[in-house]
Design a protein around this ligand. Structure first.
Ligand SMILES: [Zn+2]
Ligand SMILES: [Zn+2]
Length: 162
């Protein structure tokens, strides 16, 4: 069987568009009418006879607002996306240096404790300030932190290399 185009889906989509169009038209009208009724009722409320206008006005505002939101939802969503995208990009750019530092920390990139320059994980001395980054144990060749006093592998006292 040949794949049929889906007129059913197309019809549904059109129906949906029509419903949205109704919402777009009815929503604002209901909203404005509701506000008008509410204001009118509020102004005339001294006379009990008109107080009911407020009670009609409130649900009108509610449904009007809901319909308007439903009808214009996609437009609102697109607008919001367009609005927030550059903001998010800017935020990402601002965060980038700190994110890189964070990534370096995770990756295990060493930072020189003396000058803060980035250092190769295997480097023994900082290529920026020339100071010790790791202290290699003279006995077992274990790599210890630059400020280690004793070898973490064999316990040998690590002398200061000046
Ligand atoms: Zn350094
Ligand atoms: Zn050692």
């Amino acid at each position: 069987m040949e794949m049929k185009p889906t007129p059913d889906l197309e019809r549904k989509r059109k129906q949906h568009e029509r419903t949205k169009l109704v919402f777009k038209i009815v929503g604002p009208i209901l909203l404005v009418a509701g506000i008008a009724l509410f204001v009118a009722g509020a102004i005339l409320k001294c006379t009990e006879d008109y107080f009911f206008l407020c009670f009609i006005g409130i649900p009108c505002i509610f449904f009007g607002g809901t319909f308007t939101m439903l009808g214009y939802r996609r437009e609102t969503a697109t607008y919001m996306k367009n609005e927030t995208t550059p903001v998010l990009n800017e935020a990402a750019q601002d965060l980038r240096p700190s994110m890189e530092t964070f990534a370096d920390t995770i990756k295990g990139t060493r930072v020189c404790p003396h000058c803060g320059a980035k250092a190769d994980p295997d480097a023994r001395f900082c290529d920026h300030c020339g100071k010790e980054l790791i202290r290699v144990c003279p006995k077992c060749q274990e790599k210890n932190d630059a400020d280690a006093t004793y070898c973490k592998n064999c316990g040998t006292k690590l002398g200061k290399e000046e």
